[in-house]
Structure formats: structure tokens, C-alpha cells
Ligand binder design. Structure first.
Ligand SMILES: Cc1cc2nc3c(=O)[nH]c(=O)nc-3n(C[C@H](O)[C@H](O)[C@H](O)COP(=O)(O)OP(=O)(O)OC[C@H]3O[C@@H](n4cnc5c(N)ncnc54)[C@H](O)[C@@H]3O)c2cc1C
Length: 380
């Protein structure tokens, strides 16, 4: 296990770090307060190649490996998790899903624009009554010969209002259960497709989360991804890689909170000395650093597994489970180290604490990761 970064990976990491400091940090507090989507920053990230990082250059992507993507996610998330989730969804769920399973036509028509950042995409699996239990799809896509007709509601969809392309999972044949599910490409503006109000959230408040309503939406058959009935497998395979992106987001939030807490502890004085000199504070920092390093190893390992063609279901689930726990724990302790200042917005750590929570929920809750992990380790 050698995680020595190549020259190219170091350059990409530095570019993401510079971008986060120069373009994301200013006004990150204001965007969070106003729930403002970082539209200009997303456009710039597209220009930097961050929105189609692993996509082949022939489809407008950057042609990089998963480890480079993880490094970028980590750096962006140290500063602004609302911006990094756009990167994660567009790369891991939308672009990867289309490049791996889409037809050549779909790649030419949609992937090229998504990978270059000209437009962004959304991945629509969750429903009011189908979250962890994604097989309970109530949204239907009825086969009408040369097209499908979609009816139903999707919930909590990231990029819901800003995306142009939506990968929608829906049930075609109820009797076939999860083998009767399809994944369809829906375009913004298709008749009967409505975007619900933006959610008012605890964290990642700058990200654009909406419910989506489908009322007799006609989608041509050529917009189906893969064979008839492939939709559930498509969603599960896509989410297995998506988890590596969210694990990297959690790692970034943890690292960002730790770095702020460390800096503060060397400046703030109490009882005649910097608080870092009180062992209770120094030990908190020691715990944070140790756990972050352990999380980083898990996340990089999962990325390397994907890059090396190994199965990454187990390593991705372990990385997401552990990194998200470390993010939550570290952000809470970072607030504690900041004392009263940690509780006000100017010091960033309260936002990080709110942002950290979502990493334990989306793309499979921590409980669901434990189901994935236990099934995997018990199967032999
Ligand atoms: C901000 C945000 C953005 C999101 N973005 C997207 C998106 O872009 N696309 C998308 O499709 N979805 C998205 N989601 C949805 C997200 O993936 C779901 O919220 C998540 O999968 C959990 O589903 P649920 O909310 O229905 O919770 P439930 O499934 O109702 O779970 C409730 C609780 O029960 C637990 N639980 C459920 N089943 C079990 C079990 N078998 N064993 C043990 N515990 C269990 C869960 O872990 C959880 O603690 C987003 C959600 C949020 C909040």
C-alpha cells in the first residue's frame, strides 16, 4: 500500500487547494446563510476540469484517476462542502454512470456537456417512501412502445433545480420487483416534469436540494440506460463508487475542522497560556489527527481499489462509514476547542459541524454501510 502521490496528482491537489482558498472561502458563510447555490464557482470548477475528472478526454473529461478525484474532493470539502457535493454527484453518479453504462449516442449527447461542466446533472433514486429501501420505488416508467411515461415523486435531489440532465430510477414492471426497474435520462423542460421547492436544510445549505415531480413525462426509449430492467443494478453500481466521493468529502470536512481547531488552539490563551498547552485540548487534537489519518488511508485505499480494477464495494463502504463518523466527531470537537467562538458563524466550525452530518446520511446511511460491510465479510 503506497499512497505516494505522483507529480500530476500533487499538481491537481494544489490546484484544488488554491481554488478552495481563493474562490470558495470568500463568501462561504454568506452563501450558507442565504442558501445560495455557488453558481459562479461551479462554472469555474467546470473550466478547471473538476466536473468530469474521470471521464475520457474524448468525451470532454479530464481522463484522471479516482485518487486524483478524491484529492480534489478533499481539498474543496475542507472549505465548502456545498460546492464539493456538486462535484461528487456530477462525477461519481452522473458522469460515471453514463460513461460506464450509457450508449454511444447518450455519451455524445449528454456526457460531453456534463463532463466539461457546460451543464450539470442529478441522480434521482430517493423517494418519499424509498430511501434506504431503494427497491420500494413508487415512481413508475410505463413502457409505451417507443417511449416510457414517468409518474411519481423523487425527494431530496441534489442539483435538483440547477441540473439540465436527470438520471431517474423508476419501476416499469412491478411484478419483476427490483429486476423491473429502469434508469432513464430526463431533460429539464420535458413536458410534465416539475421542480419542487428548494429544501431548507441543516447543512450543505448552499447545495440545491429539491423534490421532483413527474406527471405523465414522456421519455424516448433511446434514453433508457442499459438493457430493460437494468435500473436497480445501475443505481447500486453507481452508488458504490459514489460513496468514495462522499467519503472524501467527509475526510475534507474533518481535515478542515481539525486545521482550524489546531490553529485556534495555538492562538487562544486561557490561564496564562495557549489552550494547546492544556493537555485536554492537546489530546483532542491528537485523537483528531490519528482518526483523520486512519480515515484517509481507508478513502485512498478505496480509490486505489477502483483504479486498479479491484472490487471496491467493501472498501468504499468502510471508507464512507468511518470517514463520515470522523467528520462528525472532529467537527463537534473543533467547535468545543473554539469555545464560544465555535458557536458563532465567523469561525466556520459550526458550519462544518452542520455539514458533516449529511455525510452519515446520503448515498447510504451509516446503518446501510454496516449492512453492506457485514454482508461482504460474512459471505465466505
Ligand atoms: C441533503 C440531501 C441530499 C440528497 N441527495 C440525494 C440525491 O441527489 N439523490 C438521491 O436519490 N437521494 C438523495 N438524498 C436522499 C438520501 O440518500 C436518503 O435520505 C438516504 O438514503 C436515507 O433514506 P431516508 O431518508 O428515506 O431514510 P430511511 O430509509 O427512512 O431511514 C431512516 C433511518 O432508519 C435507518 N434504517 C433504514 N433501514 C434500515 C435497516 N435495514 N437496518 C438498520 N437501519 C435502517 C436508516 O439508517 C436511518 O437511520 C439526499 C438526502 C439529503 C438529506
Amino acid at each position: 500500500m503506497d499512497f505516494t502521490l505522483s507529480e500530476e496528482q500533487l499538481m491537481i491537489q494544489q490546484a484544488a487547494k488554491d481554488f478552495a482558498q481563493n474562490e470558495l472561502l470568500p463568501e462561504v458563510i454568506e452563501r450558507d446563510d442565504a442558501q445560495k447555490f455557488p453558481a459562479e464557482q461551479v462554472k469555474s470548477m467546470g473550466e478547471l476540469g473538476f466536473l468530469g475528472m474521470m471521464v475520457d478526454e474524448k468525451y470532454g473529461g479530464s481522463g484522471l484517476d479516482t485518487l486524483s478525484y478524491v484529492l480534489v474532493m478533499e481539498e474543496l470539502s475542507k472549505v465548502d462542502a456545498s460546492a464539493s457535493v456538486v462535484v461528487s454527484v456530477n462525477n461519481s453518479l452522473v458522469c460515471w454512470g453514463l460513461e460506464t453504462f450509457g450508449s454511444e449516442n447518450q455519451k455524445q449527447k449528454y456526457l460531453t456537456r456534463l463532463a466539461s461542466g457546460e451543464i450539470i446533472g442529478a441522480f434521482c433514486l430517493s423517494e418519499p417512501e424509498a430511501g434506504s429501501d431503494a427497491t420500494s420505488q413508487k415512481t413508475t416508467a410505463i413502457d409505451k412502445g417507443d417511449h416510457y411515461v414517468i409518474n411519481g415523486t423523487k425527494n431530496w435531489i441534489t442539483n435538483g433545480g440547477t441540473a439540465e440532465v436527470y438520471l431517474v430510477i423508476a419501476q416499469t414492471d412491478v411484478e419483476k420487483g427490483h429486476k423491473g426497474i429502469n434508469a432513464l435520462i430526463v431533460e429539464k423542460g420535458m413536458e410534465g416534469f416539475e421542480i419542487g421547492p428548494k429544501e431548507n436544510k441543516l447543512g450543505i445549505r448552499g447545495s440545491d436540494t429539491h423534490s421532483l415531480l413527474f406527471n405523465d413525462v414522456k421519455v424516448p426509449k433511446e434514453n433508457r440506460i442499459g438493457e430493460d430492467g437494468f435500473g436497480f443494478k445501475f443505481a447500486m453500481k453507481t452508488l458504490a463508487g459514489g460513496r468514495i466521493g462522499i467519503a472524501a468529502q467527509a475526510l475534507g470536512i474533518a481535515t478542515g475542522a481539525y486545521e482550524l481547531a489546531k490553529k485556534y488552539s495555538k492562538e487562544r490563551k486561557a490561564f496564562g497560556t495557549e489552550i494547546a498547552n492544556h493537555q485536554a485540548i492537546a489530546f483532542k487534537l491528537a485523537d483528531m489527527h490519528t482518526k483523520i489519518q486512519a480515515a484517509r488511508h481507508l478513502v485512498y485505499q478505496a480509490a486505489c481499489d477502483k483504479d486498479n480494477g479491484n472490487d471496491y464495494t467493501l472498501s468504499g463502504a468502510m471508507a464512507k462509514l468511518y470517514a463520515s463518523e470522523v467528520a462528525m466527531e472532529t467537527a463537534v470537537e473543533a467547535v468545543q476547542i473554539h469555545g464560544g467562538n465555535g458557536f458563532v458563524k465567523d469561525y466556520h466550525v459550526e458550519r462544518m459541524m452542520r455539514d458533516a452530518k449529511i455525510t452519515q446520511i446520503y448515498e447510504g446511511t451509516s446503518e446501510i454501510q454496516k449492512i453492506v460491510i457485514s454482508r461482504s465479510i460474512l459471505k465466505d
